[in-house]
Design a protein around this ligand. Structure first.
Ligand code: GLV
Ligand code: MN
Ligand code: MN
Length: 414
């Protein structure tokens, strides 16, 4: 089979255009369901239609664009990712996977290739979970993995996800209809930036993902007693922020000195009443642990509950730890990994196996089909940051690997 190649200028042009939607001096603000997210989705839908794809939006708000295959009713080969970003995020997380997939389709058009299998490009709703802490929403809906909490989610502004979903063409009442059966797709491929330093440091242009991390997320409420900062004696306080600070340290200890899981983070905090002369009355924390081994996540959760009770006893504050989500880890298909390696080789690109420390829509899709992921280097390993950067050459390398992997799958799968 000849080596097929995408148009690098065209790909990087679309990356630049999408990167201008929701861009601010503080980074990308294309938060799921925001006006910028809606504009980003429309930009992508327009590209899909220009490429001749049949586009529909499912009840979970996922965009599904399909190119017909040659041989009757074969299952589709899907590619995709997301266009929402974290607050003050970067231009490449998610965008490279979506626009890389669209570029693959445009290249198939240019090359006059009609694949045996239908090809689908998928844009998943609310991958990041920023607003509702219900991450991988669209891909979990497609994989039949939604939970009651997804259907009932309400954001800090009091707006339900059902309402925001309706505005992008979804329907929470019928969201289960977004679920797809095993066998509808024969593979799901996701191109993504690595979001870590391994490829950048090693100088290897292509990462072949071996597995995707699991993640457990908590909402923590620390309830103390707001009181006057000048008159309340130190031994008569229930300082919620002081208790929270100990808990933040404990989350770090669980992942570091106690070595119970790979990483642990408190990335979010609200303080009430948040005034310099008031002993803090209540603190909310968003915390998470990640590890490929779900059992280690459950052990870390037990430890977090234990430490919380110790801190509560020592500070007089009440601490409520609520598990919001447990995202299962996923392994990628060995045979698809081999095809990614072979596709890279065909293009003269060196590759290496790499585990994913970030979460991806692919890990939900693993419940209904074989998955593979292609990583390209993140300069200086930066991501979820306005300084996130992947070179135009690396984006094109990734899309070329995606294209050639797709062609190999199309030839070899029955
Ligand atoms: C998704 O971007 C994650 O937090 O890993
Ligand atoms: Mn992300
Ligand atoms: Mn992503």
């Amino acid at each position: 089979m000849a080596v097929a190649r995408v148009d690098p200028q065209r790909l990087n042009g679309t990356l630049e255009s999408l990167g201008n939607i929701g861009s601010t001096p503080e980074g990308m603000q294309r938060i799921a369901f925001s006006p910028a997210d809606v504009d980003g989705r429309q930009f992508v839908i327009d590209l899909m239609q220009q490429a001749g794809l049949a586009v529909r939006v499912d009840t979970a708000g996922n965009v599904i664009a399909r190119r017909a295959g040659r041989d009757g009713e074969r299952p589709a080969i899907a590619m995709g990712s997301h266009v929402d970003t974290v607050p003050s995020g970067g231009r490449y997380d998610g965008a490279v996977g979506v626009l890389g997939a669209i570029e693959v389709v445009r290249s198939l058009n240019d090359l006059d290739v009609v694949t045996r299998h239908p090809v689908e490009v998928l844009v998943f709703t609310n991958e990041e979970g920023t607003r509702y802490h219900r991450w991988l929403f669209g891909s979990r809906a497609m994989a039949g993995l939604l939970e009651p909490a997804d259907l009932e989610a309400v954001d800090s502004e009091g707006v339900s996800m059902a309402e925001r979903l309706k505005a992008i063409g979804g329907d929470m009442v019928r969201v289960s209809e977004a679920g797809r059966q095993k066998g509808e797709l024969c593979a799901y491929l996701e191109l993504h930036i690595e979001q870590g330093p391994v490829l950048h440091r090693s100088g290897i242009p292509v990462g072949v993902v071996t597995g995707i991390t699991g993640r457990i997320v908590f909402d923590v409420r620390v309830i103390g007693a707001a009181n006057h900062a000048g008159t309340t004696p130190m031994d008569a306080r229930k300082d919620a922020l002081l208790a929270a600070s100990r808990l933040i340290q404990a989350v770090n200890d669980i992942a570091t000195s106690e070595g119970m899981c790979r990483v642990g983070t408190v990335g979010m905090m609200t303080v009430a009443p948040n005034a310099v002369n008031v002993v803090p009355g209540e603190v909310g924390l968003g915390a998470e642990f990640r590890d490929i081994d779900v059992k280690r996540l459950e052990d870390a959760e037990r430890r977090l509950n234990e430490v919380s009770q110790q801190i509560a006893a020592a500070t007089g504050a009440e601490i409520l730890v609520k598990r919001e989500e447990l995202g299962q880890s996923a392994t990628t298909s060995g045979s698809l990994q081999d095809m990614v390696v072979a596709a890279a080789q065909r293009l003269g690109l060196d590759s290496r196996p790499i585990p994913s420390g970030a979460g991806h829509d692919a890990q939900a899709m693993a419940a209904i089909t074989d998955i593979a992921m292609v990583f390209v280097p993140s300069v200086d390993g930066l991501s979820h940051s306005p300084r996130e950067y992947t070179t135009p050459e690396a984006c094109a390398d990734g899309a070329n690997v995606l294209l050639n992997t797709l062609l190999m799958i199309d030839e070899s799968l029955d």
